[in-house]
Design a protein around this ligand. Structure first.
Ligand SMILES: Nc1nc2c(ncn2[C@@H]2O[C@H](COP(=O)(O)OP(=O)(O)OP(=O)(O)O)[C@@H](O)[C@H]2O)c(=O)[nH]1
Ligand SMILES: [Zn+2]
Length: 329
């Protein structure tokens, strides 16, 4: 690492464009147009780069200094009482991978979806382990409200060979579901998230053979040789570098403190359409008379009836976010 970094006034012309493809603490890996990668350090403590950032950086010997972050299109992050954790920036979509087994938490899924909605990032839900028969069908039916509210929900058998290619394991599934998923990823930048055991590593290695080994190499470079799997990593899926996957840990404990409780309904596509039906403009949909959301929950004749489990998620999150405000969080 060079100790004599150029002054911040280094002429803009000498700055190079790059893409942040991995980050760990104050170190990150920047990729330049031709594909070469350089370890960089952001200048100053205020500059916090995340994977997916487009940056302008200054080479110094064999490393570099990041001088500027190009304004972000979006930033996918979670926030709890203590800290904000950014997953990645400039995303086209977020793929939430859950599985038939271990049984997924709908609450956790809902949180990730709300975080994506709040940043205007399109989510895709993938239910893995389509070979698990009834267990899979049970998971698939739990996702029915999510299909009804317009989210793409795709079935998948990520593990090679568990479903013979001519057999469909799930409703509307062709083969193991991998090619339908690949089509959705094509030409876009997708962050992949999922609880432990859902099959994230299996899927990534299927889409990008050798990905795990590549990650270990990068995290070792960033973390001075220590083995770590906590790095967020960017992978190109194609030679042309137009389709990208970002693997990020940290799906558990998905804090949403950044969300204003009064905005929560706007980020839940099954609740949102009923908000204009509320009698009071500042309705919290918790107990008010004339609430359109509560009416849609109870009215069995409504085609757009809100699922009871979804309303429970709303009320739990609303209370949590309101309590967060009360604590000054
Ligand atoms: N039956 C079945 N098992 C699968 C499938 N995909 C993955 N698995 C298995 O599920 C287990 C978890 O898969 P991983 O890819 O390690 O899961 P992960 O999400 O990366 O989990 P962590 O490493 O804990 O983050 C492994 O035993 C896989 O072989 C599938 O389509 N069907
Ligand atoms: Zn209401």
């Amino acid at each position: 690492m060079s100790k004599s970094r150029p002054a911040p006034s280094a002429s803009a012309a000498s700055l190079q464009d790059g893409l942040v493809v991995a980050s760990h603490g104050r170190h990150c890996v920047v990729e330049v147009l031709g594909g070469d990668r350089v370890i960089c350090h952001p200048r100053g403590k205020k500059l916090t780069v995340v994977v997916g950032d487009r940056v302008r950086w200054q080479p110094s010997q064999d490393e570099g200094t990041i001088e500027q972050i190009v304004p972000r299109r979006n930033l996918f992050f979670r926030q709890d009482e203590i800290r904000t954790k950014s997953f990645a920036a400039n995303l086209d979509q977020v793929l939430i991978l859950v599985a038939a087994e271990p049984e997924f938490s709908e609450h956790q899924l809902a949180r990730a979806l709300i975080a994506a909605e709040a940043e205007h990032i399109e989510p895709i839900i993938v239910l893995n382990k389509a070979d698990l028969g009834d267990q899979f069908l049970h998971g698939w039916s739990r996702l029915e409200p999510y299909r009804a509210m317009g989210y793409a929900v795709l079935p998948l058998a990520a593990k090679p060979g568990v479903i013979p290619s001519e057999v469909s394991g799930a409703p509307n599934m062709t083969g193991d579901g991998l090619s339908a998923l690949t089509e959705r990823l094509h030409g876009r930048t997708t962050l992949i998230l999922g609880p432990s055991g859902a099959g994230k590593s299996t899927l990534i290695n299927r889409l990008i053979p050798g990905a795990t080994a590549q990650t270990q190499e990068i995290s070792q470079a960033l973390n001075s040789g220590k083995h770590t799997t906590t790095t967020t990593s960017w992978y190109w899926m194609d030679e042309a570098r137009s389709t990208a996957l970002i693997d990020s840990p940290g799906f558990q404990e998905f804090g949403l403190r950044q969300i204003d409780p009064m905005q929560l309904a706007a980020y839940m596509p099954d609740i949102r359409p009923h908000v204009p039906e509320c009698r009071f403009y500042n309705c919290t949909h918790m107990h008010e008379p004339g609430c359109g959301v509560i009416a849609a929950l109870n009215d069995n004749s409504q085609p757009e009836k809100i699922a009871a489990a979804r309303y429970r998620i709303y009320t739990t999150l609303f209370e949590e976010l309101k309590a967060g405000l009360a604590w000054g969080g």
